[in-house]
Design a protein around this ligand. Structure first.
Ligand code: ADP
Ligand code: MG
Length: 724
């Protein structure tokens, strides 16, 4: 009987780990490296002929159609710049519905016939690529014989250099569409939705007397993640396969001491953070805030907000960078929403606002929001949008992994409501009855220490339990999962804002045409909007049981699981919304629904297979070894004429029996017929596989508490969460 070497060796290796030498040089400033690997506006200004530069900027800044004639000039400048930066290859980067980033790499150099090779990169190569689409999810959009897909250059998101010790790559952000123009990615619908929102936001601004510059939606994503030592990671096949632990008893010390949030960052992690930030800076990603999160081993990064499309690309790049840099530091970065059961999960708060170059942030209330009619109109648009399409917002964050987090008293509930804070709630309460005449003002906070300044307080407190909270100059959508692209939620937010702003613009235009004064029309409209949609506003505790009851009375949907939420994508009202604003055709909407179901079923299938394998080949053998050890001990004692206590042997044997039953049931469930279509498979995963996995886990976790430590094969929660 030998001790299990893998886990114990991992502990030894972690202790012996020596972090890499710092990659900083003392005389390097963040300002110098920021954007050094980006084909940015300033690089283009230096390298492009003036007319070409102007034309590209018109596309980037004023959403004008890209002039195809300039592509050759841009491609040539881009190629020269990339070669100077050591690039040997270029890649069209796209965001297929796998949720990951895809890249197709091609070499710059082509043989020219005389035995030499020349760097070639024509405009048409920049503008269009042609990856085989058949290996990416399409949700029934494409017949197998039409495998062709296209990537198309997105000039509004800058190209950049991805460094690799063996040669750099020029990366070009692109959309990914089918041969017939259907969206196969996350970027295309985001661009479409952003465009639709802008049209109607600009109509509203015109009514307020502006000649507005193009309106943009902004996203500031707060990314939570876990770091664990990589020695532990590779000894956990569940983490390797599915990104979360499928086994593991709760550690003796959980997060009950509240001692990790904002705590001192461990030195090793700080080294990692500094290194990631440096890499992000090179890529022009404005990393800003970093801190410990609630759970042990959990952290957060929040880059500065950016235009939604660029922010979404940067967010994907950030995740890739984190994974790579973590490995360099001997750690694994976990983006799963719930890597450890019973421990706080990870989200990705999506901070969102609207604005443009001439008007600034349209969600800025000022000190007296009651007389800031334009702000109130945009705020009321958010209220209408979220009230009408709460189900769709819920669907935009639906995944098997996020189901473990939403509604679990650590993340907002599955009910989508809006938190406005005291000040705004007060203004809208007045508006429900007529004109609003006052706003609760800012106070000051006396600290009681003369040497400290008096701090101004915000007019409203924060509310951490709300899924959609106003936080002073933006809304924060807190339901998105840490693993998700922000493109999905931002597409939905822009789509529903397009509808609300269209509604508002049409009402106001009509009223004004009929001779009503703008102020009166706005006043009446605000009253109407808050009367019709105010029931989505909730300033109380979203974690409470009473809220579940009250929300039901208010008619707000409570879509607990992915399978409850996904059908929202194909309801009549959603399809109408998507079609009217050109975001998805009906068949595209259906394809997203299908892919959501497939993805859900596949993730759970992988977890179920992994549970079976680990239960059968790791946990059960360890338990049986221990059982044998105990049985040998009992017979030895008996032979020596000593009375043997059978309690422990019986306890272990009972747990082993339960584990065997669980494994048998899970195996049967996996072999049974899963159903014909995506819906049947997903339903089967939810109703049969998840409970069967839970049985195996319960038996295994009870064994973890009694089996001899030196025999236990899997790194424990305590080891993974506390040894870094
Ligand atoms: P907190 O944890 O207090 O919510 P953080 O500082 O961690 O706040 O993150 C706030 C995020 O919101 C950052 O990404 C920030 O850039 C972003 N943000 C700030 N202002 C806006 C805005 N007007 N629009 C969108 N995002 C914003
Ligand atoms: Mg934060």
């Amino acid at each position: 009987m030998s001790a299990n070497p893998v886990r114990l060796q991992a502990i030894t290796d972690v202790e012996a780990y020596v972090p890499p030498a710092p990659s900083f040089s003392a005389d390097e400033t963040p300002g110098e490296i920021f954007g050094m690997n980006v084909f940015s506006k300033s690089v283009m200004q230096k390298r492009l002929p003036k007319s070409v530069f102007k034309s590209v900027m018109a596309t980037i800044e004023n959403s004008e159609i890209l002039d195809p004639l300039i592509a050759d000039a841009v491609a040539s400048a881009m190629k020269d710049w990339a070669l100077e930066k050591g690039a040997t290859h270029y890649a069209h980067v796209f965001y297929p519905l796998t949720g990951f980033t895809a890249e197709k790499h091609d070499g710059f150099f082509d043989p020219v016939g005389d035995g030499t090779a020349l760097a070639e990169f024509a405009g048409k190569t920049l503008v269009q690529g042609e990856p085989d689409a058949s290996s990416f999810p399409n949700g029934g959009l494409r017949n197998t014989f039409e495998a062709r897909g296209y990537t198309g250059w997105d000039a509004t998101s800058p190209a950049y250099i991805l460094e690799n010790p063996n040669g750099n790559t020029l990366c070009i952000p692109t959309v990914f569409i089918s041969m017939t123009g259907e969206a196969l990615d996350h970027k295309t619908p985001l661009l479409r939705a952003q465009q639709a929102m802008a049209v109607h936001a600009e109509r509203v601004l015109k009514l307020f007397g502006h000649d507005p510059a193009a309106v943009v939606s902004y996203v500031g994503p707060e990314q939570e993640y876990f770091l664990i030592d990589r020695h532990f990671f590779v000894a956990r096949p569940d983490l390797l396969n599915s990104g979360r632990t499928l086994f593991g008893a709760k550690p003796p010390k959980g997060q009950e001491f509240d001692d990790h949030y904002f705590g001192a960052i461990p030195e090793r992690v700080l080294g990692f953070m500094a290194d990631t930030e440096r890499e992000l800076f090179k890529l022009g990603i404005p990393a800003k805030t970093r801190h410990n999160e609630v759970a042990p081993g959990q952290f957060e990064i929040a880059p500065m907000f950016e235009a939604a499309n660029v922010g979404a690309d940067h967010q994907q790049l950030l995740m890739t960078t984190f994974k790579t840099v973590a490995r360099k530091h001997g750690m694994e970065c976990l983006f799963h929403e719930k890597p450890f059961e019973g421990v706080n999960g990870s989200g990705k708060h999506v901070n969102f606002s609207l604005g443009n170059a001439t008007e600034g942030n349209l969600l800025l209330p000022g000190d007296t929001p009651h007389d800031n009619a334009q702000f109130l109109v945009f705020c009321a648009a958010v209220i209408r949008a979220v009230h009408q399409y709460g189900g769709l917002l819920r669907a935009s964050v639906a995944s098997a992994s996020n189901d473990h987090r939403l509604g679990a008293n650590e993340a907002p509930p599955a009910i989508i409501s809006i938190f406005l804070g005291d000040q705004l709630a007060g203004v809208f309460e007045q508006l429900a009855k007529g004109p609003a005449t006052s706003s609760k003002s800012r106070g000051t906070l006396q600290i009681g220490v003369d040497t400290l300044p008096v701090l101004p307080t915000d007019p409203g407190d924060r509310n951490r339990t709300s899924p959609f909270a106003f936080t002073g100059n933006r809304f924060e959508f807190r339901a998105p999962g840490s693993l998700q692209s922000v493109a999905g939620p931002m597409t939905t937010i822009n789509a529903i804002m397009a509808e609300a702003l269209d509604h508002i613009a049409t009402k106001l235009e009509t009223a004004i045409e009929l001779g009503t004064e703008l102020n009166t029309a706005v006043q009446e409209l605000l009253t109407e909007l808050i009367t019709d949609h105010g029931s989505v506003v909730f300033n109380g505790n979203g974690y409470s049981d009473e809220w579940q009851v009250e929300a039901a009375e208010r008619g707000l949907p409570n879509l607990r699981t992915t399978l409850d939420a996904l059908p929202e994508l194909i309801t009549e009202s959603s399809v109408q919304l998507f079609e009217r604003y050109g975001i998805f055709s009906e068949s595209e909407a259906h394809s997203r629904y299908e892919i959501g179901l497939e993805h859900y079923a596949q993730s759970i299938m992988v977890e179920a297979l992994s549970t079976l394998e680990i239960g059968q080949t790791s946990v059960l053998p360890a338990a049986v070894r221990y059982q044998t050890e105990l049985a040998t001990n009992v017979s030895a004692l008996k032979a020596a004429g000593v009375e043997a206590d059978l309690d422990l042997l019986e306890e272990v044997s009972t747990a082993i029996a339960a584990l065997r039953v669980g494994i048998g049931a899970l195996r049967n469930a996996l072999h049974a017929d899963h159903g014909e279509d995506a819906l049947a498979e997903a339903t089967y995963a939810q109703t049969s596989l998840l409970p069967a996995m839970a049985e195996v886990r319960a038996a295994a976790d009870s064994l973890e508490a009694i089996v001899a430590d030196d025999l236990w094969p899997l790194p424990t929660y305590q080891e993974m969460l506390y040894i870094l």
